[in-house]
Structure formats: C-alpha cells, structure tokens
Design a protein around this ligand. Structure first.
Ligand SMILES: [Zn+2]
Length: 294
C-alpha cells in the first residue's frame, strides 16, 4: 500500500500530530460543555486564574511537560488528564489508521472516536452523556452509509437496515433490563445516556460485536470504578469535587451526589470498549463462532 516504510512513518507521524491537536481541542470542548460555557465563543483560558492562554501554552502534551503541569500565569496545578487525553487521542487515531489505512472507514471511526472522547470526559466530570454527542455519532454513521453507498463501496440501504437492526437488538433489551433493575434497586441503575450510547454502538458494530462490547464494558466499568474508588480513598481530589465547588448551582452538585452513589463510570467504559471493538471486533466474533461450530 505504501511505497516505502519512510512514507508510512511519515503518514503515522502526521496522523499522530492530528490526534494530539484534536485531543487538545476535544479537552477544551468537553470542559466547556461540562461547565456550561459557550462552545464557540471565548478563547482558551486558565481554569484557575482566567488568564487567556497563548499559543505556546496550547501545544499538546509538550506545554504541560515544559511547564511541569502548572499554569504559566498563576502556578496552579493543571490536571495530568489534559496531556493524557491528548496522547490517548493520538493513539486512537494512529491505531485506526494502521488498522484501516487511508479509507472512508478510518475517517468514520476517527470521527466517532472524537464523539466518544468528549462524552467520556463529560460523563467523568458531571455524569452526563450529552445528547449532542449521541446525535453527532448517529449523523457520522448515516453520512458514512450514504457516502459509501454513493461511492459504490456498499449497498447503502442494506447497510442502513443492518445497522438499525443492530441498534435496536442491542438497545431494547438493555433498556428493559435497566428499567427492571431501576425497579428492583429503587434507584436509577444505568443512566439514560448509557442506553443511548449502546444504541449507537449497535448502529456501528451490529449486535454480534456489540455483545462482546457490552461484556467488555462491564469488566472495564468495574475496573474503572475500583480505580476511581481507590483514588478517592487515597485523598486525591476527584475531578468532580472540583466541579461541585466551582459550579455554584445546587443542581449540578445534586447530579454529582446522585451519580456518586452509582459508582460505575459506564460512559468511558463503553467508549473504551468501542475502541477495542473497532480494532478487533470482527476477529473476536469469528473466533467465538468458530468455537460454537466445533
Ligand atoms: Zn492560571
């Protein structure tokens, strides 16, 4: 596919760079969505002192490293989450590029990953999966189906039907199960956002891969909950504590309090499982089917 390993290395470098910059942008986008700030207006500023950030403060990962994780203007610690998210975004971009090459699928899955990253961050911060991210993910999938159909890559109608069947086969049982669990536990079990996100997963991956995705998400959710609980017990300031202070309105802290009893951060767990499924989903399904047919 590539003329030389040099060309390949160059492409990976460019994709990684794009991933870093997109990660920086999505960090900012998610923060603004979680804090009710305008997404389009205003320049990036320090969360603590409000100083506008210059270009040299906004270089992904490197600015944070050079400033040793502190604001240049007020010296307040800047969470390591920002460079980590930027690096993660670069990893996601590169892994999808290596898996699918220069194809429409890569573009689709990278765009989907961006929506997943934003909703993971808002879910971690305010326990909300914004509807706008769900809508964006659906629009991306429909655009892929339409454009791919127009280019003759697939039968658009057949793929649309297949995707919708996948979405409903996954989402309807999950919705019913969560309603039953709500009733049994007497409190919300799965968030409505989680069910919508699983609907989207079904739309992208079909029901077979989604089964694997849900099992993986449950395991990851429990692991993330254990890690989060440990961090909280160790006296570290969880991101949510910060928000409860800055966000003065009672609504937000109520949401946080209600959600803390929920414990399992399912949004990020589902998002991570989506990434794994993008990379190895079909292989896992055919491996599983080969076991069944033995
Ligand atoms: Zn500052």
């Amino acid at each position: 596919m590539f003329e030389s390993s040099f060309a390949m290395a160059y492409c990976v470098f460019v994709v990684a760079l794009l991933g870093l910059c997109m990660g920086s942008f999505l960090n900012c986008l998610a923060w603004r969505m979680a804090h009710g700030e305008s997404v389009t207006k205003g320049r990036s500023h320090c969360v603590s002192c409000g100083h506008e950030l210059a270009a040299k403060d906004l270089v992904p990962v490197f600015s944070w490293l050079l400033l040793r994780g502190k604001c240049r203007y007020c010296g307040t610690r800047v969470s390591a989450r920002y460079p980590l998210v930027e690096a993660l975004c670069a990893c996601v971009f590169v892994s999808l590029f290596l898996r699918y090459g220069l194809t429409l699928t890569t573009v689709e899955l990278i765009a989907f990953s961006c929506a997943l990253l934003v909703l993971s961050l808002t879910d971690l911060d305010i326990y909300v999966i914004p509807n706008s991210t769900i809508v964006a993910a659906i629009v991306i999938r429909l655009a892929y189906i339409g454009i791919g159909g127009a280019l003759g890559m697939h039968d658009a109608l057949a793929l649309l039907v297949e995707s919708l069947v996948g979405a409903f086969v996954v989402a309807v049982p999950v919705l019913l199960l969560s309603l039953v669990m709500d009733h049994v536990l007497g409190r919300p079990s799965l968030g409505g956002g989680d069910v919508k996100l699983l609907f989207v997963a079904g739309l992208y991956f079909g029901w077979q891969q989604s089964l694997f995705l849900i099992i993986l998400a449950c395991v990851l959710g429990i692991v993330l909950a254990a890690v989060g609980k440990r961090a909280t017990n160790a006296g570290e300031d969880p991101e949510t504590g910060e928000i409860a202070q800055t966000e003065v309105d009672a609504d937000a802290s109520e949401v946080v309090e209600d959600a803390q009893s929920r414990l399992i951060p399912f949004g990020p767990a589902i998002a991570l499982s989506c990434w794994v499924t993008m990379l190895v989903g079909p292989q896992v399904v055919s491996w599983y089917l080969s076991l069944v047919h033995l």
